[in-house]
Design a protein around this ligand. Sequence first.
Ligand code: 5RP
Length: 221
Amino acid sequence: MNQDDLKRSAAAAALDYVASIVERDTIVGIGTGSTTNHFIDALARIRHRFDAAVSSSEASAARLKAHGIQVLDLNAVARVRVYVDGADEINPARQMIKGGGGALTREKIVAASADEFACIVDAGKIVERLGAFPLPVEVIPMARGLAARALRDLGGQPELRPDFITDNGNIILDVHGLDLGDPLAMEQRINNIVGVVCNGIFAAQAAHRVFSAGPQGVRAW
Ligand code: 5RP
């Protein structure tokens, strides 16, 4: 099995779970990325069993609509039953680094709106300690220099993601070398930098359950 097969397996396990909890009026929250794309494709099979989706990106919204799944504005829904998304790294406490695809801000918003966050990963994303993956930070363009200096003060080496603008019209700084021994504290510290919109540490917003796929099968934890 290659990595893409594992992503598909994790997505299939999440689909089984979601199928077991949705009702006709259920809204499902949808993340962004290649693992989530497998989930969207699987979700299409049960599209008549739930009401609609809310999406964390324009790309996922387009894929959902192409499958005939209704996509609603988050502000138009009262409750998101479950949010399903991938991650770039996840630790045993289910804290994550996300934003490799640059959709971290909307991902955190939809995750925060949902009753439950189900994370789907291939087992290669599981780490003991977060931080080998460079941390994506979404920044207002005019604050690029200011935010980069503040991130350096925190011990990181920020790099502007080339040729990339987020769905919100902002830039991404990918920050190498940060000490993420205390993910929650670092998430809050970076949130306090003026000009930062959002950072890719999901510690305050950890997953509630994980479907991780390895060569031996899928583990739910
Ligand atoms: C996008 C994300 C993705 O969930 C993360 O990058 C994982 O992507 P993939 O499923 O393609 O490995 O946070 O902003």
